[in-house]
Ligand binder design. Structure first.
Ligand SMILES: CC(C)(COP(=O)(O)OP(=O)(O)OC[C@H]1O[C@@H](n2cnc3c(N)ncnc32)[C@H](O)[C@@H]1OP(=O)(O)O)[C@@H](O)C(=O)NCCC(=O)NCCS
Length: 141
């Protein structure tokens, strides 16, 4: 998945981050470009995936540090929001809210309870019903 996304037009070099402890790489996060469409809007946004921490280094704040650093970097690069389809209990601690609360769905089959988004900049996801449109490489194409 990382290779597919890195080779796609959705890839933003500054939004692939690794966490290091000493000389060991212990975690990685990738944000890639998506569009938010519907209700008269076509906005740039980002999809967070994957986020991974090697098992021996979990529960030490590595994942948290990666998410916070990725948000900071996304803001610096001019992005105002992030969408994630992932484990349901993890993302609310960073301010993510259920995707349906923004009137949004993802354009593929996913459980609503696993879909979240955050506005790093207020109202950057726009309003009204809409779709988070992922690149084909996301689906393995
Ligand atoms: C999910 C994952 C990235 C979390 O990384 P991590 O470095 O272990 O997490 P952190 O130590 O930064 O955790 C930060 C907080 O989230 C909590 N947390 C960790 N994993 C969690 C989970 N799966 N669900 C809910 N909360 C979780 C921690 O208890 C911690 O809470 P605290 O700040 O109150 O102590 C890591 O477990 C992982 O790589 N899992 C396998 C891949 C995966 O599921 N990736 C996410 C796909 S969406």
């Amino acid at each position: 998945m990382v290779e597919r996304l890195r080779g796609s037009a959705a890839f933003v070099p500054g939004l692939s981050l690794v966490a290091e402890v000493g000389d060991q790489m212990v975690g990685h996060i990738l944000l890639t470009k998506i569009r938010i469409t519907g209700s008269g809007r076509d906005l740039a946004s980002l999809a967070l995936a994957p986020l991974s921490v090697v098992p021996e280094f979990r529960d030490r704040g590595v994942g948290k540090a990666l998410v916070i650093a990725a948000h900071r970097q996304a803001l610096e690069l001019g992005f105002g929001s992030v969408v994630v389809v992932g484990i349901s209990g993890y993302y609310p601690q960073f301010g993510y809210r259920p995707l349906p609360s923004y009137g949004l769905k993802v354009g593929f089959e996913a459980r609503e309870t696993n879909c979240f988004a955050i506005e790093l900049v207020a109202r950057s996801l726009g309003g009204g019903e809409g779709l988070a449109v992922y690149p084909p490489e996301w689906m393995g194409q």
